[in-house]
Design a protein around this ligand. Structure first.
Ligand SMILES: [Zn+2]
Length: 153
């Protein structure tokens, strides 16, 4: 990780045609905020953060989702607690090694009632697998799916 890029980390505003990273004078196309070197740098940084600071990474991802959905967000790092095991499936919560994406056992932030947003009391860390199964299903839908599986086994 190159030190000279550090200052660009949290810059969001950009001048048209110039890389948005602080102090970078590279010109960029309309579709990009950052030059290719900085895009690569930030991608590596994001991967590094997911590996070393999973709570922080989960929080920033949740914040983005909340913004996109237009739902409330008031979590702080203290509110994101990764338990040893998934409270839904009981499997150990462990992250995948290396550069791959989430695996079944990866910790994943569950939003109990999505419409209420990522707010204190409405979230818990569960396994990625459990979260994927739940997805955005309602209790009624999940019960219907359970019924279906039971009837078809
Ligand atoms: Zn740049």
């Amino acid at each position: 990780m190159s030190k000279k890029f550090d200052k660009g980390l949290y810059v969001s505003k950009r001048k048209a045609g110039v890389c948005a990273a602080h102090g970078c004078a590279q010109t960029v196309g309309q579709q990009h905020a950052y030059c290719s070197a900085h895009r690569q740098y930030f991608a590596n940084q994001a991967r590094f953060n997911r590996m070393t600071k999973p709570e922080r990474a989960m929080m920033s991802q949740a914040k983005k989702r909340a913004k996109r959905r237009g739902t409330p967000f008031n979590l702080t790092l203290r509110d994101i607690v990764i338990p040893k095991t998934c409270p839904v499936l009981g499997i150990a919560l462990v992250r995948g090694e290396g550069t791959g994406g989430a695996i079944d056992s990866s910790p994943s932030l569950d939003c109990f009632r999505p419409a209420l947003g990522y707010v204190v009391g409405n979230v818990a860390v569960i396994s990625y697998r459990a979260n994927r199964i739940k997805c955005d299903a309602s209790l009624e839908e999940l019960e219907k799916v359970t019924d279906w599986v039971r009837r078809t086994q």
